[in-house]
Design a protein. Structure first.
Lengths: 121, 107
């Protein structure tokens, strides 16, 4: 079955870069039927979609406007994984971060286990 | 951007009760709504897609309805494992937006 395994640090200093990786098993990051999303959850903002990448003969990227100037999502086909980089973090970026697979009808059908990231000095 | 307004924020119910959660979209989104269950300490889990389609393996006591701007998730007879939080999500267009969630607690 398809699984997503997240990795990355749980503590990031203000102004630095948050980096998380989501390793895929049972599917391919290059699948032309899936998209690969990052979502975060906090008490103040609830579930907040950050962005996604997907491959349809070429790579596409969609980002939330709120994060567009600070966010990069990349796919690594050699490792079958995708990653999130969020630059210039502030305490407002403290949240539980999830990766998720998006399938037909834009359902988020498989989620990673979540990574709690705290932004603090 | 499309906003999703979910209600109630929380509810208390007993095992066997019928529970209804609603979600309203800020504009018409046809049937592009999905519903998720989230248990404490776990990631959200897809229950219903395209407003009324039950995901394979999800108990039939869960159902969804609605189209346009108003959507409903119903649990026909609440079971102990259903005490959790529930979220709607619009899948009409990015940015995907979620409702604020409904926490279903034991009365």
């Amino acid at each position: 079955q398809v699984q997503l395994q997240q990795s990355g640090p749980g503590l990031v200093k203000p102004s630095q870069t948050l980096s998380l990786t989501c390793a895929i098993s049972g599917d391919s990051v290059s699948s032309n039927r899936a998209a690969w999303n990052w979502i975060r959850q906090s008490p103040s903002r609830g579930l907040e979609w950050l962005g996604r990448t997907y491959y349809r003969s070429k790579w596409y990227y969609d980002y939330a406007v709120s994060a567009k100037s600070r966010i990069i999502i990349n796919a690594d086909t050699s490792k079958n994984q995708f990653s999130l980089q969020l630059n210039s973090v502030t305490p407002e970026d403290t949240a539980l971060y999830y990766c998720a697979r998006e399938q037909s009808l834009s359902t988020l059908d498989i989620w990673g286990q979540g990574t709690m990231v705290t932004v603090s000095s | 951007d499309i906003q999703m307004t979910q209600s109630p924020y929380s509810l208390s119910a007993s095992v066997g009760d019928r529970v209804t959660i609603t979600c309203r979209a800020s504009q018409s989104i046809s049937s592009y709504v999905n519903w998720y269950q989230q248990r404490p300490g776990k990631a959200p889990n897809l229950l219903i897609y395209a407003a009324s389609n039950l995901r394979s393996g999800v108990p039939s006591r869960f159902s969804g309805s609605g189209s346009g701007t108003d959507f409903t998730l119903t649990i026909s007879s609440l079971q102990p494992e259903d005490f959790a939080s529930y979220f709607c999500q619009q899948s009409y267009t990015t940015p995907w937006a979620f409702g604020q969630g409904t926490k279903v607690e034991i009365k």
